[in-house]
Ligand binder design. Structure first.
Ligand code: UD1
Ligand code: CA
Length: 452
């Protein structure tokens, strides 16, 4: 049986000292709120309702596939969940409650946790973690025989209570009917004057309902992010987790500490990632590739057996058996076909480069359709912009473009055509012909003697 989820994400995140709502700060390339949503979906959540408030419009724009409810004033976590009450009027069974600032939660942990809650038949279950440094978290107060009493927030805790290392991870399962029946009874008489969600737990107990705790196996999975220092630590922890998964699946990462891979990146078996490589966004890399050192890929689709070093490529596709670099810039909308070789200091923008074509050094190819087995000489430039509009250039299969050619778009070089070095091509070049478009050379005899 599945469950529904509510995620609290209305707080400002004062301790972040940021103009951006806290839950939109990215961890391994993805907003922390999105991490939480993805984990709960993967754990089997049927539906997610996100409580928003601070920076609500920005959150709405950045996050999709969930329902939103507004908490106009941030009066505390108990109040936040209460704002979502109407959304669950028809609901029965389990409601998973999460915070938007715990991006390391795993779907496995949430699945085990919700299953435990159901097995126990409790009205509420709290996820508990044993933190080496519990500072900032709510502490779990238990009685002599280990049963749950209540949670005390750091700001309300006595010196003795602050020594407790068992903390509230901010993750709860509730019987949805029972939660909303008693949530309104929570008062705000505490150090922060807030309605604390954890305060509903002793209320449930007092009416004879069962409240359980469940201990997370790895406390790192439950850390909450309240500051930029914690953000950096979470980023590192998640990166290491991602890289461990990749290595376990057959990817070589030469130096994990010097490699930066976003969570949704996919990499095939026997690919080697060299240091100082950044793989970001929705990047998919095939098998047997060698990427890096010093490569940045953003939203790249990459085939098998591709070798790239010292380069930046974004929002483009590189097919199998391509060699790139050093110092190549592949820009959005480009497709680099199989067996292409692109050498040093080459920029390709919004262009298709056909199979087996060579761009060995110092070229700019923009808004172009280049055929197969084309050779483009050093220093060639596509003049795609007339100051007002961009135009396309077409180069047919097996064409040969000599060094230092300017191709003034719109222009077509048909298949098998040759262009002499140093030409400025403004007219179409027919199939298999030679175009020379440069001033003839004049040699002035004994010029140097006369000069003297
Ligand atoms: C909360 C818990 C604490 C727990 C910790 C785990 C309470 C009172 N305390 O503390 O016991 O150890 O999380 O990380 O619940 N939010 C709203 N509306 C509000 C207030 C908060 O939506 O009015 C959201 C925030 O955006 C955030 C989450 O609730 O995503 C938690 O709020 P935060 O202020 O970070 O709570 P903590 O002090 O960390
Ligand atoms: Ca928090």
């Amino acid at each position: 049986m599945s469950f529904e989820t509510v995620i609290m994400a209305a707080g400002k995140g004062t301790r972040m000292k940021s103009k951006l709502p806290k839950v939109l700060h990215k961890v391994c390339g993805k907003p922390m709120l999105q991490h939480v949503i993805d984990a709960s979906e993967k754990a089997g959540s049927a539906r997610e309702v996100v409580v928003i408030g601070s920076g609500a419009e920005l959150v709405r724009e950045s996050i999709s596939g969930v329902e939103f409810v507004m908490q106009e004033e941030q009066l505390g976590t108990g109040h936040a969940v209460l704002c979502a009450k109407d959304k669950f009027a028809e609901s029965e069974g389990t409601l998973l409650v999460l915070c938007g600032d715990t991006p390391l939660l795993t779907s496995k942990l949430l699945k085990n946790f919700t299953e435990y809650h159901k097995e126990k038949g409790s009205a509420a279950t709290v996820l508990m973690a044993e933190m080496p440094d519990p500072t900032g978290y709510g502490r779990i107060i238990k009685d002599g025989d280990g049963s749950f009493i209540r949670i005390v927030e750091e700001k309300d805790a006595t010196v003795e209570e602050k020594k407790i290392k068992q903390v509230n991870a901010g993750v709860y399962c509730f019987d949805v009917k029972k939660l909303f029946k008693y949530l309104e009874q929570v008062r705000n008489e505490n150090a922060q004057g807030e309605y604390y969600l954890p305060d509903v737990l002793p209320i449930l107990k007092s009416v004879g309902e069962k409240v359980s705790t469940y201990q997370a196996e790895y406390c790192e999975d439950t850390v909450g992010i309240n500051s930029r220092v914690q953000l950096a630590a979470a980023d590192k922890a998640l990166r290491m987790r991602k890289e461990r998964e990749l290595m376990e699946s057959g990817v070589t990462i030469v130096d994990p500490a010097m490699t930066f891979i976003d969570v949704d990146v996919e990499i095939g078996q026997d690919t080697i990632i060299h240091p100082n490589t950044y793989l970001e966004g929705a990047t998919h890399i095939g098998e047997d590739c060698e990427i890096g050192p010093d490569v940045r890929f953003v939203n790249m689709k990459v085939g098998n057996n591709v070798k790239v070093q010292f380069s930046y490529c974004h929002d483009a596709e590189i097919c199998s058996d391509v060699t790139l670099g050093p110092y190549v810039h592949i820009r959005p909308g480009s497709r680099i076909s199989e067996q292409v070789k692109i050498g040093n200091f080459v920029e390709v923008k919004n262009s298709v480069i056909g199979q087996g074509t060579k761009l060995p050094h110092l070229q700019y190819i923009g808004d172009s359709d280049v055929g197969a087995n084309v050779n483009i000489g050093c220093g060639t430039t596509v003049c795609n912009y007339d100051g007002k509009n961009k135009h396309r250039t077409k180069i047919g299969d097996n064409a040969f473009v000599g060094c230092n050619t300017n191709l003034v778009a719109p222009v077509t070089v048909e298949s098998g055509a040759y262009i002499a070095a140093g030409s400025t091509i403004t007219k179409n070049v027919p199939k298999d012909s030679l175009a020379i478009a440069r001033a003839r050379q004049t040699n002035i005899k004994d010029w140097n003697d006369k000069r003297k």
